[in-house]
Design a protein around this ligand. Structure first.
Ligand code: A2P
Length: 270
């Protein structure tokens, strides 16, 4: 693979493909994460809201790798806003995972999931200040946000000390988020692509099938590789070993011309 890692603006590096665990129930998380680790993933992405941190953590701890060789991301629940609330949720997360530090901690969303669009600027700023404290105390190696648009990022940039190191957003062929990508690039914020397969919905697209065939790869590989071509860090999710393995075998390049074609594709997601 061309690029093995991304580097945050504080110099911390993050492996260029992460194993996403959204929608993997706690009961399946142990096996899925173990399979991912066995197949070479060293970057695991979870969240308190996924309710699988316990078995994600157990799988990581049981696997024979030093803690510093594994990159763990978790997230502050979208509805948890405020300074003390953030410190509390962070403690819950590291207790669930059974670790004493996180590599990356993200504000899961700018608003609670049942109040999408609500202005939570003050709450986000207070949460961010708590995350800055945890970062300065050495409990987290890097801090960032998720599902933040430019209008949510700007108050953090204006009112806080540390520029977010990452923004984890839905990104896949058909959902390029060009303006946000350009803004993040300008501020040195790494963009992480969750749902790089549009939760599976890109897999049946005829345009992708033809192009994947040309490169001798699967549609999933093409779609995940596309994220890297756009300088975003993909977080594919699967519970099947063959797919888990395949999703990080991305040792090919999509030509500039084909990237242009893929950029023109419309969002398939319903
Ligand atoms: P499964 O977990 O049964 O393997 P996303 O990463 O965009 O959220 O997409 C995840 C969805 O895509 C899941 O339903 C997953 O199913 C499926 N998936 C993941 N990798 C592959 C693959 N290589 N081929 C086909 N389907 C895949």
């Amino acid at each position: 693979m061309k690029k093995q890692e991304f580097t945050f603006h504080n110099g911390v590096t993050i492996p260029s493909i992460g194993f996403g665990t959204w929608q993997i129930p706690n009961s399946e998380a142990y096996d899925a994460v173990t399979m991912a680790l066995k197949n070479g993933y060293t970057h695991i992405d979870t969240a308190l809201a996924y309710r699988n941190e316990e078995n994600v953590g157990k799988a990581i701890r049981d696997f024979d790798l030093p803690r510093e060789d594994i990159f763990i991301t978790s997230k502050l629940p979208a509805q948890t806003k405020g300074y003390d609330e953030t410190l509390e949720a962070f403690n819950e997360t590291i207790t669930n995972l059974g670790v004493d530090y996180l590599d990356l901690y993200l504000i899961h969303a700018p608003w609670p999931w049942d109040e999408i669009g609500k202005d939570c600027t003050e709450g986000n700023v207070q949460s961010w200040k708590a995350m800055e404290k945890l970062y300065n105390d050495g409990k987290i190696k890097a801090i960032g946000v998720s599902n933040f648009e430019i209008k949510h990022l700007q108050p953090i940039l204006d009112q806080c000390d540390i520029v977010p190191m990452a923004d984890q957003i839905p990104f896949y062929v058909g959902k390029d988020q060009e303006e946000l990508l350009a803004f993040c690039k300008e501020h040195n914020i790494v963009v992480e692509a969750y749902s790089p397969l549009a939760t599976g919905q890109v897999l049946d697209m005829p345009e992708l099938k033809d192009m994947a065939e040309k490169y001798g790869v699967t549609v999933a590989q093409l779609a995940i590789r596309y994220c890297l071509e756009r300088d975003t860090l993909p977080l594919p999710k699967s519970t099947h070993e063959g797919r888990i393995k395949q999703n990080r075998e991305l040792d090919f390049e999509i030509s500039d011309e084909d990237v242009k074609t893929l950029k023109k594709i419309r969002d398939v997601r319903k």
